[in-house]
Design a protein around this ligand. Structure first.
Ligand code: COA
Length: 256
């Protein structure tokens, strides 16, 4: 277990805190492992009923670590990221998120698998996959249009500008906006409350709510991860990553 993902257990709730503040909680392999392990613990421990995923007070996560992206062979197969995505997509027990500050890339797409999302006013939801020469992942090419409609999803995915907490609430991407000083405690209280509901009834409800989508989601996630992994090695992504670390605007003009 790593200090970069802190795990606490309170009142049948497993609390998972991303804790890499100096890098805006950007997710490395070891952090995905911590997240994946925590979700397995949730599934396997009958004493645990709900997971709460949160970041540090001011930041949820800047998404996948871009250094890792530059060096990685992709998000497919049995990589820690694919293990995490599989576990969150298949979680039988409820998963809640508490978000403030940037929720970039997988920081937003993981929320599409959460049952409840609470955010502080400073939350910003950004999916800059196209800006990075990549494509949507984590089932977001299916789940986002289902949740907010094709046109709004196209806007978020193709321009990568992001939305603030108010806009996210209006779109149904989050449940509620709660003050920055209380949003994490508020989400934890919701998790505690849910953990006291009849567990089997909660699990069956979650299963029924998503079973219509299960097969198609699986095949979309597989297709996304193959295309995403190929694009990671492509010239557009290479230019975008270099530009980020050189603190300049990317130049895609010479790429076909
Ligand atoms: N991977 C690796 N390092 C990252 C990172 C990421 N995804 N996001 C931020 N960092 C690092 C920065 O390089 C910087 O490191 P440094 O202090 O050594 O220079 C540090 O975290 C702080 O980031 P900074 O950009 O200065 O913070 P900010 O508050 O101005 O902006 C973000 C925050 C999240 C908006 C911005 O960092 C960002 O856009 N990050 C990239 C997000 C991204 O594209 N993720 C992949 C999605 S698929």
């Amino acid at each position: 277990m790593t200090d970069l993902v802190k795990i606490e257990i309170e009142d049948s709730v497993i609390i998972v805190r991303l804790n890499r503040q100096d890098k805006k909680n950007a997710l490395t392999g070891v952090m995905y492992q911590g997240l994946a392990d925590a979700l397995e613990q949730l599934e396997n421990d009958p004493g645990l009923h709900v997971a709460l995923i949160t970041g540090t007070k001011d930041c949820f996560t800047a998404g996948n670590d871009l250094v890792d992206f530059m060096e990685s062979s992709g998000i497919a197969g049995d990589s820690p990221v694919s293990r995490f995505l599989r576990n969150i997509a298949n979680a039988r027990k409820p998963v809640i998120a508490a978000v403030n500050g940037p929720a970039v890339g997988v920081g937003t797409t993981m929320l599409l698998h959460c049952d409840l999302v609470y955010a502080a006013p400073g939350a910003k939801f950004i999916m800059p996959f196209v800006n990075l020469g990549l494509c949507p992942e984590a089932g977001s090419s299916l789940l986002l249009p289902q949740l907010i409609g094709h046109r709004r999803a196209a806007e978020l995915l193709m321009f990568g500008d992001g939305v603030n907490a108010e806009q996210a609430k209006e779109m149904g991407l989050i449940n509620e906006i709660v003050s920055v000083d209380t949003y994490q405690e508020y989400a934890l209280n919701k998790a505690r409350q849910l953990a006291q509901q009849p567990p089997q009834s909660v699990r069956v409800t979650k299963q029924l709510m998503r079973q219509g989508n299960e097969e198609i989601l699986k095949s979309v996630m597989k297709a996304e991860s193959e295309i995403f992994s190929a694009m990671l090695q492509g010239p557009e992504a290479k230019e975008a990553f270099s530009a980020f670390f050189e603190k300049r605007k990317p130049d895609f003009s010479k790429l076909g």
